[in-house]
Design a protein around this ligand. Structure first.
Ligand SMILES: Nc1ncnc2c1ncn2[C@@H]1O[C@H](COP(=O)(O)OP(=O)(O)OP(=O)(O)O)[C@@H](O)[C@H]1O
Ligand SMILES: [Mg+2]
Length: 257
């Protein structure tokens, strides 16, 4: 991620501890209703999403799948509040984020949402620890270094704290990106193709990490992927094609009908 992207995601405003964003716990973590997105370039228009409605329940691992160009990144960006839909509403944790002002949206994202960008998006000049620490600084958290080390330990990288991204493997970079997304223990984790740039061994390690994060913490995890191996960890799958939802699948769990 470039510095500009990072700023765009986290925004400029950290929530002050004395004025937390009010969020009600809801059974549905993410609700998208009748989303349309039209990209406009010069005189040309492209309907990237057409009447997309989607519900992600609290605590589930939900996959968004579909061919290249079907609108997955566009939809994820809208659900994360990074892109404003042309029409339609997005509710996260019971709050309609499509009604939020920019500062309020930035504060909400900082507090409740961890986003893992495709292609790692680490700051190349910062060490692994500093890449995680910066998220704690933005949140106004004390003891950012100590907490960054704890998170790197959680993803199995405590011994790489002082390494810059260029000295890390692809899988290690992705784990730093995941640690950064976990800073502040957000309820929602969104990941865009978290295994796409990884070989099969590293891809498998990241899938296991995402599985344990979702299953041991009760977080809601939404993953955009082409990777069929991630199907094993999913509770539900939504398929997009040409900007429209074509199938929604609920996977039966052991003991369920
Ligand atoms: N800024 C933009 N301007 C115009 N068209 C765009 C823009 N961004 C994306 N698109 C188009 O919108 C469609 C959906 O793009 P998107 O990136 O959401 O697809 P995707 O499903 O994530 O694809 P991939 O699997 O290749 O990452 C594509 O046809 C793409 O060319
Ligand atoms: Mg994409």
């Amino acid at each position: 991620m470039t510095a500009i992207d990072f700023k765009r995601f986290f925004g400029k405003m950290a929530p002050s501890p004395s004025s937390p964003v009010r969020v009600m716990a809801k059974e549905t973590a993410i609700v998208a209703s009748h989303i349309n997105l039209v990209y406009r370039n010069g005189g040309e228009e492209f309907n990237a999403l057409q009447d997309v409605s989607l519900t992600v329940k609290s605590g589930e691992v939900h996959l968004l799948m579909g061919p290249s160009g079907s609108g997955k990144t566009t939809l994820l960006s809208i659900l994360a509040g990074l892109l404003t839909p042309t029409s339609g509403q997005v509710h996260l944790l019971g709050e309609e984020i499509t009604q939020f002002s920019r500062p309020r949206l930035a504060a909400f994202r900082l507090q409740h949402l961890g986003f893992i960008f495709q292609g790692f998006n680490l700051f190349p000049a910062l060490t692994a620890c500093e890449n995680v620490e910066v998220a704690f600084h933005l949140k106004g958290t004390h003891q950012a270094r100590r907490q960054a080390i704890e998170l790197l330990d959680q993803v199995g990288l405590a011994d790489r704290c002082n390494h810059r991204p260029q000295a890390l493997s692809g899988g290690q970079k992705q784990r730093v990106a995941i640690a950064r997304a976990l800073a502040g223990n957000p309820q929602l984790i969104m990941a865009d193709e978290p295994t796409a740039a990884l070989d099969s061994q590293n891809g498998h390690a990241i899938i296991e990490l995402l599985r344990s994060l979702a299953k041991t913490s009760g977080r809601t995890v939404l993953i955009v992927t082409h990777d069929p191996r991630i199907l094993d960890v999913a509770d539900r799958v939504t398929d997009l094609e040409d900007g429209k939802i074509v199938t929604k699948l609920t996977k039966a769990k052991p003991g369920q009908q």
